[in-house]
Ligand binder design. Structure first.
Ligand SMILES: [Mg+2]
Length: 242
């Protein structure tokens, strides 16, 4: 079988050879900090607005907001699911508020990523713990809107979200029930990869290799995807970066 990895580039090899998957592949790609770099400023801004919402709308004392957000995120997958479980919160109002960030200040069109993702003969879904409107706006700023076959957002996943295993079952359903083994899940959060792996998805981390679970190869940017997932039946297409 093929060797998609460039020898020496990663600290550890992936446990799975993706070569045989091509043709009926489905890609599930996270949105925030995966489709664009984690240091873009978008997520920091959203997180600040989550804190504002918790303080100003929900009336949580400012001194408690940060620790509570981290605790809810760790225990419930998202701050929203934690708030829903522990107090009255208007979900639509929350989602509208926290995602109201000036995306074009942080993001610019990404023709390189567009070319790379378009090259995969695979169905492609955004699979996000954010909401659909936010995803649509991000895709528009990046000029990737027409690349994807669909968006699976937190509203569709209710009452679940990543990394709950149920969210992965639902994602498969929304994508028309492809075999999980024929699906590649790409995310910047290791805990999401672990959940996806438990549901038989193939997984790739966008982020530092030392954070990757043993079964997942890591790439520093989504545009590096061809390094670990061959574009055309085992052949890495040359010239993608030109
Ligand atoms: Mg993310």
């Amino acid at each position: 079988m093929g060797h998609a990895l460039r020898t020496g580039f990663f600290e550890k090899p992936p446990a799975f050879d993706y070569t045989g998957l091509m043709g009926e592949l489905t890609l599930f790609i996270d949105l925030d900090d995966t489709l664009y770099p984690a240091d873009s400023g978008v997520w920091q801004d959203i997180r600040n607005r989550i804190d504002l919402y918790m303080r100003d709308v929900l009336g949580i004392p400012a001194a408690e907001v940060n620790a509570l957000r981290q605790d809810l995120f760790a225990r419930y997958g998202t701050t929203l699911r934690g708030l829903e479980a522990s107090m009255q919160v208007d979900t639509a109002d929350y989602l509208r508020f926290v995602h109201d960030v000036p995306l074009s200040r942080y993001l610019t069109p990404n023709p390189e990523l567009r070319q790379i993702l378009s090259g995969y003969p695979a169905r492609k879904f955004i699979f996000t713990n954010g909401d659909r409107l936010h995803a649509l706006r991000v895709l528009e700023v990046l000029e990737l809107s027409d690349i994807f076959d669909g968006i699976i957002d937190i509203t569709m996943l209710s009452p679940y979200c990543k990394p709950m295993p149920e969210a992965f079952d639902m994602a498969l359903k929304f994508a028309g029930n492809p075999q999980a083994q024929q699906c590649v899940f790409i995310d910047d959060a290791p805990r999401n990869l672990i959940a996806a792996h438990s549901r038989q998805f193939q997984t790739i981390l966008v982020g530092p290799a030392d954070l990757a679970p043993p079964f997942a190869p890591a790439i520093p940017r989504l545009a590096d995807l061809p390094r670990v997932l061959p574009v055309n039946r085992g052949q890495i297409v040359e010239g993608l970066h030109e």
